[in-house]
Ligand binder design. Structure first.
Ligand code: NAX
Length: 336
């Protein structure tokens, strides 16, 4: 007599995706990698092949990170590769967090970093162009992030420029936190914040469309708090953290990188600030800059929110951040 077999229904298991992280032996990566591995970036049902990239002298330290990752026994981790070979690290890569660069130390200006760090991103763009998947999503964190993203994009001509972004999310989240603090309300009540332009102290945090508990707070931009406290606070928050910690922000930067990629892949119900290629924008910003615009994400894509109107004063500020990005780009023309 034959026994009846029971049919068991299982959830379909997703195919692993390849996630590359550069600067993987560094501070931001140490805060980011474990959260990515736990599913906080791509979802708790998405298996991951982790490709951890750093320079050759950092391989021993990176081996230690790999050991710790293994010891976490993350169920979503399929494989872990550590490498200094970009063609191995970016092979069939689906998502890349380009974090590796020299951080700005006390007293150092971002423009000092430009020359040194720009050189890191040209070969990375070339490797992404050759070996990564064509639908790769790239987030550049390493400073100067916007111009480094532009260099990476230029060196990967076979990939849609829209797949390259630079991180403004930390500035965006800092703005939300300051507004929530000012209005003595929770983070969830603050919506439609914008940070325009460059991730530097010329960035333009804009509350013209901001809503707190559903009410537009645009009049706040005429308040002295906006001009004298809020804008400089956000523009100089990185330096404020370096002063206090003696090190640049790491855990908050990692958090912002994860949130940026998560919302790009899985969507978010709010405006976001995303450094993206400026071509064809409705704001009169020059083409060929990685410029932060207000954006919304859906179905794995982001779109600029067009035709947000702004005061003359904000427009003047935006021209300053645009000018800085043009100067940054012009100083690395040999890398584009
Ligand atoms: P760390 O110095 O701790 O780590 C950097 C790591 O990058 C090191 O392990 C180093 O060996 C590695 N690296 C250097 N050259 C590399 C290359 N060619 N390929 C791969 N890896 C390479 O710096 P950390 O604090 O992690 O900061 C990393 C970058 O993020 C810096 O450029 C920093 O300025 C930038 N930041 C960007 C922020 C943003 O909002 N966009 C905010 C935080 C942070 O300041």
């Amino acid at each position: 007599k034959r026994k009846k077999t029971k049919t068991v229904t299982t959830n379909k298991i997703k195919k692993p995706v390849n996630v590359a992280i550069t600067g993987a032996a560094g501070n931001i990566a140490y805060s980011a990698i474990f959260r990515v591995a736990s599913g906080q970036m791509l979802g708790y049902d998405q298996p991951i092949n982790l490709k951890l990239i750093d320079i050759e002298p950092a391989m021993n330290a990176l081996k230690g990170v790999k050991f710790e990752l293994e010891d976490c026994a993350f169920p979503l981790i399929n494989t872990i590769t550590i490498t200094f070979d970009l063609n191995v690290g970016f092979e069939e890569c689906d998502y890349a967090l380009l974090i590796g660069a020299k951080p700005r130390m006390k007293g150092m200006e971002r423009k000092d970093l430009l020359k040194d760090n720009g050189k890191i991103f040209k070969p990375q763009g070339e490797a992404i162009n050759t070996v990564a998947n064509k639908n790769i999503k790239v987030l550049v964190v390493g400073n100067p992030a916007n111009t480094n993203a532009l260099i990476t994009m230029h060196n990967a001509p076979s990939i849609d420029p829209k797949q390259f972004t630079s991180m403004m999310r930390l500035d965006h989240d800092r703005s939300i936190a300051q507004v929530a603090n000012k209005y003595k309300t929770s983070i969830n009540e603050v919506k439609k914040v914008i940070v325009w332009g460059n991730h530097s102290n010329t960035q333009v945090p804009d509350l013209s469309y901001c809503e707190v508990s559903g009410n537009n707070i645009k009049d706040i931009i005429n308040d002295s708090w906006y001009e004298n406290d809020f804008i400089p606070r956000i523009q100089n928050r990185g330096a404020e953290i370096i002063d206090a910690r003696g090190l640049s922000s790491a855990a908050s930067a990692a958090n912002a990188a994860i949130a940026h990629m998560r919302d790009w892949v899985l969507s978010a119900n709010d405006w976001l600030s995303i450094g993206q290629i400026s071509n064809g924008n409705s704001y009169g910003i020059s083409d060929d800059l990685m410029f932060s615009f207000p954006s919304i994400c859906s179905n794995g894509n982001y779109e600029k929110i067009e035709d947000v109107s702004m005061s003359e004063k904000l427009n003047d500020y935006i021209k300053i951040t645009e000018k800085e990005l043009i100067q940054e780009r012009d100083s690395v023309l040999d890398l584009l």
